[in-house]
Design a protein around this ligand. Structure first.
Ligand code: 5GP
Length: 180
């Protein structure tokens, strides 16, 4: 059996650490969104495991929806953010929390926030599991961040390398030998 865990150089954030942080983020969201019925808008595919883990701990009324956004190929951003057909009308008047797996250049969330400017929404905030700060990062004003990480390419917990490794339960750094 080929075990994908063997293609991880080292674990950066464990499953237990992710779970504990999701609980903390959930209680912040509960405090900030009481009586607001927030809509958690999950950027798929990468953010699905994060959304799933986070919402288990949110006890206030809320809804979620998914939006398909992509810009990455292999290990780098194409610089071209594509939002697949989404009916933005249903966001009207809603308090939206964008659920993202990782902020790298910030381009994806910046583009999405720009798109939302043309819609009369209630409010928008960002909740990202990871933040990879760098010199070229656009400040997207993320309110909820799980972990700050160094500038390395990470996989697991929804994050992929060419669509693989999303099923790892932790965040890890890929073994360069596994890079094709
Ligand atoms: P940004 O637009 O902020 O540069 O990048 C956001 C998207 O790029 C993320 O949603 C994710 O799909 C991808 N990305 C950025 N850094 C990494 C990384 O270290 N690992 C993986 N697997 N994807 C990344």
């Amino acid at each position: 059996m080929k075990d994908i865990n063997e293609e991880v150089l080292r674990v950066l954030i464990t499953e237990e650490q992710i779970d504990a942080r999701c609980k903390e983020l959930a209680s912040q969201i509960e405090a900030d969104y009481e009586n607001k019925n927030p809509l958690l808008l999950c950027l798929i595919n990468g953010s699905l495991p994060f959304l799933g883990n986070l919402i288990k701990y949110i006890r206030i009324p809320m809804e979620y929806d998914c939006i398909r956004v992509h810009s990455y190929q292999g290990q780098s951003s194409t610089g071209n953010v594509i939002v697949e057909n989404y009916n933005f009308d249903k966001l009207k008047g809603r308090h939206i929390i964008l659920i993202e797996d990782i902020i790298d250049t910030g381009l994806t969330l910046h583009t999405l926030k720009q798109m939302l400017k043309s819609i009369p929404i209630g409010s928008v905030e960002i909740c990202s599991l990871l933040n990879k700060p760098g010199l070229n990062q656009i400040d997207v004003g993320a309110k909820y961040i799980g972990f700050e990480i160094p500038s390395e390419f990470v996989i697991g917990f929804g994050l992929d390398y060419n669509e693989q490794y999303r099923n790892l339960p932790y965040i890890g750094i890929m073994n360069p030998k596994a890079i094709k």
